[in-house]
Design a protein around this ligand. Sequence first.
Ligand SMILES: Cc1cc2nc3c(=O)[nH]c(=O)nc-3n(C[C@H](O)[C@H](O)[C@H](O)COP(=O)(O)OP(=O)(O)OC[C@H]3O[C@@H](n4cnc5c(N)ncnc54)[C@H](O)[C@@H]3O)c2cc1C
Length: 416
Amino acid sequence: MQDYDLVIVGGGLVGGSLACALAGSGLRVAVVEAVTPQAPGGAAAATPPPAQYDERVIALSLASRRIFEGLGIWPDLADAAEPIRRVHVSDRGHWGFAHLDADDEGVAALGYVAPARAIGAALEGRLAQADGVELLRPARLGGLRVMQHHADLEVAVDGVSRLLRTRLVVAADGGDSGVRRRLKLGAREHAYGYDAVISTVTPLDPQPGVAFERFTDSGPLAMLPMTGGRWSVVWTAHERDTPAILALDDDAFLAALQQRCGRRLGTLTRPGRRIAYPLRLVLAKQITRPRVALVGNAAHTLHPVAGQGFNLGLRDVAELADLLAEAQVTGRDPGGPAVLNAYRQRRGPDQRSVALVTDTLARLFVNPFPPVRAARDAGMLALDLCPTARHALARRFMGLGGRLPRLARGLPAASR
Ligand SMILES: Cc1cc2nc3c(=O)[nH]c(=O)nc-3n(C[C@H](O)[C@H](O)[C@H](O)COP(=O)(O)OP(=O)(O)OC[C@H]3O[C@@H](n4cnc5c(N)ncnc54)[C@H](O)[C@@H]3O)c2cc1C
């Protein structure tokens, strides 16, 4: 039996970030991760690789950059991250239009776009030197028993069974969280019936720093600026259309994409690999119970329409790391009610409001009913013409709305 203060189940983008945040805090931390960088398909290679090893590209908010700066990770990521200076939002074939501009907000960039792999590699580099963090992988959670003063986890590490005892279990094991299910924490789940087909393209006339979000009859299309003048494509397609989109040859894919984008983006070339992700909402009914906290996708899995899922998870990390570091300094129990109640009270409202906004956008912008369409176009125009509303939206996009953890405000974590 090995003793820890904290066991993080899931060492993905969110669990890995939490482990980095707690390195050197004095807490004894174990990370239980199923997949190794050498075998990103997992022990069962039939399963797709987790986000840190796959092809998705992540729009990082300004708050996320601050958190990564606070954790000392940003310098390793900066070269792979393209700033977003302007966002164009439009409704294909209709008059709705809005835009956000970094200059209007007095910031150098509204956010950044980085490949998930680059974020994963930066975290991996940090974790390799993390003080007080033991990385167990390939390791899978077998059993979990939660008692009053501790929890016991049975974990198969490289096929060998081990028992871990801890004062706090953090579930960072993604949308299908085994911890959440085992403990019957319950979640609201909704499959949208749409997929995100992702790829990359290179425009003949690059528009560095400009992101496009275009709403179309069959769902939103996002074009996010990447380094090297490329755009990351996130094409939301009805699940019945996905196989046909994946089967298109490159020229036909470019032609179809070009038709959806309109002329504003110019000629698109060099399409990359296409991969489809089924889209769903998962919102845990409880994000804590005695000795347990949920973070990231385990607590909230969102439609990527507004690029919020990881950013929200990183704010969970910043808050929980702060509370845990403070508990360590003051000698409080890391899995006790004071830490867990504060985590639930501070993170619940942000999680619920971002999930609501994202879910509303995802449903509203695939609704072809003319009055709904007219109302949303009017809403977009009103937004574009009203600086106060635009400013409020930009602050949300930058991850600066509502109560912010210290790291997201650019302050050092409580322990440093
Ligand atoms: C197409 C697409 C585009 C997106 N774009 C954006 C964006 O622009 N901006 C944004 O903020 N977010 C975006 N997201 C969301 C973002 O990818 C997720 O929010 C983020 O990856 C969640 O990270 P996580 O670590 O919580 O979960 P996961 O990435 O699911 O990681 C869970 C980890 O737990 C491990 N694990 C699971 N079960 C076990 C077990 N039993 N034992 C041990 N280990 C286990 C897995 O191997 C994995 O490493 C996008 C998502 C998609 C699908």
